[in-house]
Design a protein around this ligand. Structure first.
Ligand code: DGL
Length: 272
């Protein structure tokens, strides 16, 4: 099965990375719309246009199913994609439900892009699952920028996190929901800020699990596998992935090295 995965940028690699663990036998086409990143501060019309273009491109390349590995594009464009294209299309939304179910009493912080925070899709989700009104929301657009610049653990990143939560007490939070796929790269800095008792919840496992269900694929349930990339030729050869950065097939050494570093980072932070 050839599975297309797109995001505005490198955030979606975290979904692909989880798919490597859980569904290693499939073929993937990964599309990062690096020309238009970030989506999280753009208009609905713009994001819908990008999402439609990305999907058309992936269908031309032979995708038989699609994962919108982007909470922002899902919140504004998923209906339009499903209306136009006749393949299974999965979206992502902040994993508020597992956070509510897995923690008791204290509060839950959801971080996402400004678009995701303001759209009705998240409000509808909260209406359904946040019966006790435990959820607070925070837009963190600069984390997308930092991620695209491969800045994950710097003092600037830590300062930004501290500044955004200056009026909040991190000790009040039992869970932090990463409602943007780019935010996975910052798990160490976020965990450090919130403290070890705050559970970090991302949507990657849930999304891949859902994909396996929809496509009727068997998931690898082993917790112990590790997916590091020693050499990008092996990385491309062994997991059958084509990478595109805004319609451009990635084959140059510099970008492949970049992808390798990102996958290795995702492996390091996966269990946090
Ligand atoms: N990675 C995307 C998300 O999950 C969007 C980041 C952006 O382009 O602003 O929301």
């Amino acid at each position: 099965m050839k599975i297309g995965i797109f995001d505005s940028g490198i955030g979606g690699l975290s979904v692909l990375h989880e798919a490597y663990h859980r569904l290693p036998g499939q073929e993937y086409i990964f599309y990062a719309d690096t020309e238009h990143v970030p989506y999280g501060t753009k208009t609905q019309e713009e994001i819908i246009g990008f999402a439609v273009d990305n999907t058309k491109f992936l269908l031309e390349k032979g995708a038989e199913a699609l994962v919108v590995a982007c909470n922002t594009a899902t919140s504004v464009a998923i209906k339009e994609l499903r209306r136009r294209f006749d393949i299974p299309i999965l979206g992502m939304e902040p994993a508020v439900k597992p956070a509510v179910e897995e923690t008791e009493d204290k509060r839950i912080m959801v971080i996402a892009t400004p678009v995701t925070i303001r759209e009705d899709k998240l409000k509808d989700l909260l209406h359904r699952v946040d019966e006790e009104h435990r959820v607070d929301l925070m837009a963190m657009p600069r984390l997308v920028e930092f991620a695209e610049n491969e800045q994950f653990d710097t003092e600037e990143v830590r300062g930004y996190i501290r500044g955004q939560f200056a009026n909040f007490d991190p000790a009040n939070y039992s869970a932090l929901v990463l409602g943007c796929t780019h935010f996975n790269y910052f798990k160490p800095a976020l965990q450090e800020f919130f403290g070890k008792d705050t559970l970090l919840v991302d949507g990657n496992f849930g999304t891949v699990h859902h994909l396996a269900d929809v496509l009727n694929l068997n998931m690898n349930d082993s917790q112990d596998t590790e997916v590091y990339f020693d050499d990008y030729h092996k990385m491309l050869g062994s997991v059958k992935t084509e990478y595109y950065f805004s319609k451009k097939f990635v084959s140059d050494e510099k970008t492949l090295e970049h992808l390798k570093r990102l996958h290795n980072r995702l492996e390091e932070v996966r269990k946090i």
